[in-house]
Write a new protein. Structure first.
Lengths: 252, 275
């Protein structure tokens, strides 16, 4: 759980409000698809924004790590100002990972919404390298927000659903023959995850979802990231038992 | 070495309750602390509050965790398996003296627990005897009950504002120390506009915490443990200067898990430089 010193290699705008931050780290990191890092969006001497911000690892190549982020508040606004050479403090990797080894043999449906693209990018690459056939459905609110270069770099069959034109992702999913998939992986806003899970449940045997809710610490010590258990009382910690959950384990 | 009544610590820094979990995770991280206080434990397991439980605010955060914990039995089971690297204090919350007695008598079976911090100040569960104004009769009964049950160190963690009067009650009832203070009752809105009432912590509260530590130190002779807004060695020096005998390190650890060791080094360097 040590702090990882990193430097900005590149910080590129990829669409209207989305950017890809490439960080260089000193050592090779072992990171699994679905895991995330905690980024300090200020200098250590400042006090605002106080908490770190969680981001999925979008890709990792040797000692370079990509993060896809959308500017929506004070933390991400700060990130968008970073220039190559700036130093950045990160913690991690944290959380569990998508289960791709034991189960992912048949065709997989990957569904992402908005910043969830960052969460599934590395997953898609890992599935592909295991020879799994991947269908990717990506929902985004506005056309100007779609990041064509990022989508293209995935190299899989991709359907982009722009909400301002064709409504939400589930409209598209309803028209698909879902029964042919063995696995479904979903990442994005909680509302989209809930709608997707409701639609896909019972039709695809294994559904895993990755949540992007608020976190205080990211490594299991603050108890501010509750995810309701489907059965029994109480909560999981999204950062520790998650952020990836079997859909039937949780109640959204 | 410092002494808080009967309790000796290798340094004055203490991990604040609820800011580093139960003690089972990353014990190597808090071995540098003079003492570790675990998240508050209750008689029965508590699921805690539904989300959202935290909202960031300028220079800090408001939390509404609601004492999620495995209960006294679950907790004792959990720590049985860990190697405790420093003085271990258990934070305890109960709503009646009978409940408190039940928790403490179970805790007394674990010899590695060096003392108790009675949480008389959680803003996140309806402890009406404490929030928004404190009931001195309740405070006296709780401290007296604890005193009657254990010879271990007892510290009462008090709420802001009323801590000055409450500290006096605790001293009279036999407490070894008081912690000043818990989080500040407050309201914050999430970015999505959800209203959340909880407790404010972080650098934002430090000037108020300094004030209450100082004012309380004028009223009681038992040691005061400071809590609120510590992020650097200088803050430790300020709290000790305001009348505290020990200083808790809290939510900065969410951001910097090595904060305790860093703050200790900064504080030691500061003291070396002083004539
Ligand atoms: C595991 C994980 C992975 C993530 N991966 C990515 C990623 O790859 N790319 C990306 O762009 N974003 C990702 N996010 C989301 C990202 O962390 C937030 O967008 C970021 O924290 C925003 O910070 P900010 O200061 O810019 O905005 P803020 O103003 O702090 O927050 C704005 C957003 O954060 C959410 N939020 C803040 N506080 C609360 C609260 N108390 N309750 C509920 N919601 C709250 C809201 O949904 C709001 O839309 C991820 C989140 C998690 C938990
Ligand atoms: C998320 C969170 C959870 C907390 N849980 C507890 C708790 O269970 N018991 C308790 O006595 N104090 C709890 N506190 C209060 C801290 O112990 C401390 O008094 C407070 O955070 C102020 O210190 P700080 O500004 O250094 O964080 C909690 C604080 C936070 C931020
Ligand atoms: S974010 Fe702190 S426990 Fe999950």
């Amino acid at each position: 759980m040590d702090e990882i010193a990193s430097r900005v290699l590149q910080n590129k705008k990829v669409s209207d409000s989305y950017h890809v931050l490439t960080l260089g780290v000193r050592e090779r990191l072992t990171i699994f698809p679905g895991q995330f890092v905690q980024i300090l969006c200020r200098t250590p001497g400042e006090t605002t924004p106080f908490l770190r911000r969680p981001f999925s690892v979008m890709d990792i190549r040797g000692r370079a790590m990509d993060i896809l982020y959308k500017v929506i508040g004070p933390g991400t606004a700060r990130m968008s100002e970073w220039r190559p050479g700036d130093s950045v403090s990160i913690l991690g990797p944290f959380g569990n990972a998508f289960s791709i080894d034991d189960t992912a043999v048949g065709p997989a449906l990957v569904v992402a919404g908005g910043t969830g693209l960052g969460g599934v990018h590395y997953l898609v690459r890992a599935l592909k390298s295991r020879g799994v056939s991947v269908t990717f459905v990506y929902g985004v609110r506005f056309r100007r927000e779609t990041a064509p270069a990022v989508l293209k770099s995935l190299g899989v069959k991709t359907e982009v659903v722009v909400e301002e034109r064709s409504g939400v992702v589930t409209n598209r999913l309803k028209k698909m023959a879902l029964e042919r998939f063995r696995n479904c992986f979903v990442c994005g806003p909680t509302g989209m995850i809930r709608a997707t899970a409701d639609l896909v449940r019972g039709r695809i045997p294994m559904i895993e979802v990755s949540l992007e809710e608020m976190m205080g610490c990211g490594f299991g010590i603050c108890y501010t990231c509750p995810v309701k258990k489907r059965t029994g009382q109480g909560y999981y910690r999204a950062c520790d038992e998650g952020p990836v959950f079997r859909e039937e384990m949780i109640s959204l | 070495m410092i002494k808080l009544g009967g309790l000796a610590l290798i340094n004055p820094l203490i991990v604040a309750s609820g800011t580093f979990g139960l003690g089972d995770k990353y014990p190597e991280r808090y071995r540098h602390a003079g003492a570790f206080i675990c998240k508050t434990i209750t008689p029965l397991p508590r699921a805690g509050n539904p989300p959202p439980r935290i909202v960031e605010t300028p220079s800090g955060s408001v939390n509404y965790v609601g004492l999620e914990n495995p209960g006294v039995d679950g907790f004792l089971n959990l720590i049985r398996r860990i190697r405790i690297p420093t003085v271990f204090i258990v934070s305890v919350y109960a709503e009646s003296t009978a409940d408190l007695a039940r928790v403490l008598s179970k805790m007394e079976t674990e010899s590695r627990i060096s003392g108790y911090e009675l949480n008389l100040s959680c803003p996140n569960i309806r402890q009406r005897r404490v929030m928004p104004s404190v009931d001195p009769v309740f405070v006296r009964r709780m401290v007296k009950t604890a005193r009657g049950l254990t010879r271990k160190w007892i510290c009462a963690k008090l709420p802001p504002y009323t801590c000055i009067d409450a500290a006096q009650v605790c001293e009279d009832a036999g407490a070894d120390a008081v912690t000043v203070s818990n989080t500040y009752p407050s309201i914050a809105f999430t970015p999505k506009g959800h209203r959340m009432q909880g407790g404010l912590a972080g650098p934002a509260v430090k000037p108020m915490a300094l004030y209450y530590v100082y004012q309380t130190s004028l009223r009681v002779r038992i040691p005061i443990v400071a809590s609120g807004g510590v992020t650097a060695g200088r803050d430790v020096e300020e709290f000790l200067g305001a009348g505290a005998k020990a200083v808790q390190v809290g939510s900065i650890q969410y951001v910097d898990p090595g904060a305790l060791r860093r703050i200790l080094q900064e504080w030691r360097a500061l003291r070396m430089r002083r004539p």
